[in-house]
Design a protein around this ligand. Sequence first.
Ligand code: NAD
Length: 419
Amino acid sequence: MSAERIHCQCQDTQTHFLERAFDSLQLGDAQRELLLSSFRETTVSIPVRLHRGDSHELQTYLGYRVQHNHARGPFKGGLRFHPSVNLGEIRALAQLMTWKTALVDIPFGGAKGGIAVDTTQLDAHSLEILTKRFVQKMSPVLGVHHDVPAPDVGTSPQVMAWILEEYSKTHGFTPAIVTGKPIELGGSAGRLEATGHGVAFITGLVAADQSLPLADASVVIQGFGNVGSHAARRLAEMGARIIALSDARSGVFCNAGIDIEHAQRHVAETGWLENLPGTEPISNAELLVLPCDILIPAAIEATINCENAEAVQARLVVEAANIPLTHRADTTLRERGITVVPDLLANAGGVLTSYYEWVQNLQEFPWEHDTVIQRLEKRLGRAYQQVCNLAHQRDTDLRTAAYDLAIERVNRAMALRGF
Ligand code: NAD
């Protein structure tokens, strides 16, 4: 599927899910329009001289920050470096952050940012300059109590460290300006693995409710970056058999179960899963329709769509990535009786731990790893229970219940503040 089509699907899907919840909540047109509008959308151009041999070629990149809603607290959301980043995609992802922070009940709103860049074409020095210029241009709209970025696809703790450095040049040392930082600069214990850990934790809760024992359940994971690799590792620790994994290049399969630590070492050494010893090659398209108990899309948007949804053979689909199903695929899976755990719940462990990092920075008091993980599981478990109760009470699916709950909280905050 082309990048352009993915973006259209991503916006359409987000709007469709919201409209479904708006109908369920019987909201009027004016309220719908308000909830769909961004508070502010900022686009900047970022010129960088790239070193190519002896020449210095000038390249200009486009950077975005969409701040959707801050009724419940400062804007919060990741920063994505990917060639296909565009305003529409970032807008949809910013909206999703508003509902996610409300669902897990942390005092943040929703935002998202990104730069349309192929980071594989940049050396570390150019990437550092690009990141710091982005911060220079965006700094009027950022702030510890205004907008706090975090990592997403293509960004890392190192990128967060560059953001901290650039912002601190004009504001003094300000670790709370960004989350997902290296521990040495005020990052939180547990943040690196938090999103994947949360995905595994929620998967365990849903599987138990579905009478699907995790011990020896077969699991397929698309995407082996931060989220996919940590989810795979934790699920394997919980007894699941990870039978297939993939990255942007290709996938690997082993019915007896893949050794995740081995796969992580192989990727660290070679950059890709390809040729992982003890596995057979498989394409991303084949991977998504493998017979399995649990399918976890943990890569990019719209990978499960109308082209493959009928062929999905999992009992449970857990959205570790943001918006990995198109709304048509979501309908197809629901009609086929496949349970879908929505992104705003499944991958909320990341923003929850970002919140804990921000709190530790404001308190200037770091917490132990166990404290972070215990608090993460407690809040995620509570959100899951609230979503299940509402889904049962309103006789609806987990996604609509999660959106209902989140929208009601945002609406209430807007009404109280007189937005
Ligand atoms: P990442 O860059 O660390 O990893 C992405 C992985 O997906 C890589 O293995 C990459 O090779 C693979 N990939 C990219 N394009 C692909 C394609 N077309 N087909 C198959 N695989 C592909 O990113 P991440 O941080 O792990 O984020 C993954 C997803 O999780 C994204 O949707 C992101 O928005 C979401 N998410 C991330 C966090 C976080 O804390 N990092 C939090 C919440 C949600």
